[in-house]
Design a protein around this ligand. Structure first.
Ligand code: P6P
Length: 332
């Protein structure tokens, strides 16, 4: 297949399919450039003293890694001046970042987890960036936090970058999922897979099994059946993977199928789950659904959830359609 770059792909989407407006193409190009810069920064690791923790905590009460803070700054600095955004929100910032008056404002809101899985960064395991794009409501004057609180079904674009053996950018604009590989010599993302599809059947599941005693009954039942393998009701054996970097686990599922689960558990019953709705679960759910998969919180489609807080958490069951539907049916 003739290799085309992200820029050519976006121009084709814009020109031939009328899928995206000009500013959204600029937004995606700028985010891709930020992911390139993040890939280079984390690639230097200990050489530049970038490993380890910063002296700060984020709103989640998690100690920030130096690279969390640097990745966040890279995304802010590359996006703030382009005129394509009205504001940005991030896992690493308590409140949204409003585009400064000295720059023109655009029609989009950008949300991101700048470096997901950063607990893995110090042990050299794949990590990633997750991003989500919403329309900024019109005629609102100043952007406020509640303008971000739109259901995931309203996203106009979602994507992630995986910083692994290769640096990948996986992107959906609402009509299928494409994968780009960073050509480090040229410095551009090259289209390496069109229209990614998640197999509806799978033999692989992904969950942090150390939390088993805290799971709710439907999750316990579902996983026990997988572990029973061919001797149990499923009649076939299953394999397990848990990278503890959502982006790495989800990309494996996008590539060969599987089900990813981070359920709520009894450790903190008032906490609906660990993962964040707005900039982890929603973008990943759009991508998975666009690839023929499914994504629920155990009871409802994640993309239908009406957010109430910017940093709210949610239980996540996503991946191969038949498995997500089965574990969701056990909750009902
Ligand atoms: P645990 C990373 O910190 C993260 O937010 C996701 O990327 C990942 O799936 C999950 O948490 C891992 O959580 O409890 O297994 O360390």
């Amino acid at each position: 297949m003739r290799k085309i770059t992200l820029t050519q792909f976006l121009i084709e989407e814009q020109r031939h399919k009328g899928v995206i407006q000009g500013d959204l193409r600029l937004l995606v190009e700028v985010v891709a450039r930020a992911c390139k810069a993040i890939s280079i920064a984390i690639g230097k690791g200990g050489i530049t003293g970038m490993l380890g923790s910063a002296t700060t905590e984020n709103i989640q009460g998690e100690v920030q890694k130096k690279l969390d803070v640097i990745s966040n700054e890279i995304l802010l600095e590359t996006n703030e001046w382009g005129g394509h955004l009205a504001a940005m929100a991030s896992e690493e910032m308590d409140h949204p970042y409003i585009i400064p008056h000295r720059y023109p404002k655009g029609e989009y809101l950008l949300l991101f987890d700048p470096l997901d899985g950063s607990s893995n960064i110090d042990v050299n395991v794949s990590v990633g960036t997750i991003f989500s794009v919403l329309n900024c409501p019109e005629n609102i004057g100043a952007v406020e936090e509640h303008h971000f609180l739109q259901a995931g079904a309203k996203q106009v674009c979602a994507g992630y970058a995986v910083y692994g053996p290769t640096t990948l950018l996986v992107l959906t604009l609402g009509n299928g999922v494409s994968c780009f590989t960073l050509d480090r010599e040229v410095g551009s993302f090259v289209l390496t897979q069109r229209d990614m599809r998640i197999p509806e059947e799978t033999r692989e599941f992904s969950i942090n099994a150390s939390n088993m005693r805290h799971w709710e009954p439907p999750v316990k039942r579902y996983v026990d059946e997988l572990l029973a393998g061919k001797t149990g009701p499923r009649g076939k054996d299953f394999n397990m993977r848990w990278v503890a970097s959502m982006v790495a686990d989800v990309h494996r599922i996008m590539t060969r199928g599987g089900i990813f689960m981070y359920p709520r558990d009894a450790r903190e019953p008032d906490k609906p789950g660990k993962l964040r709705l707005m900039y982890e679960a929603n973008p990943m759910s759009m991508i998975v659904e666009q690839a023929g998969g499914a994504s629920t919180d155990g009871n409802q489609r994640i993309l239908d959830i009406q957010p109430e807080q910017l940093h709210q958490r949610v239980a996540v069951f996503l991946g191969s359609k038949n498995e997500v539907e089965r574990v969701t049916s056990y909750h009902r």
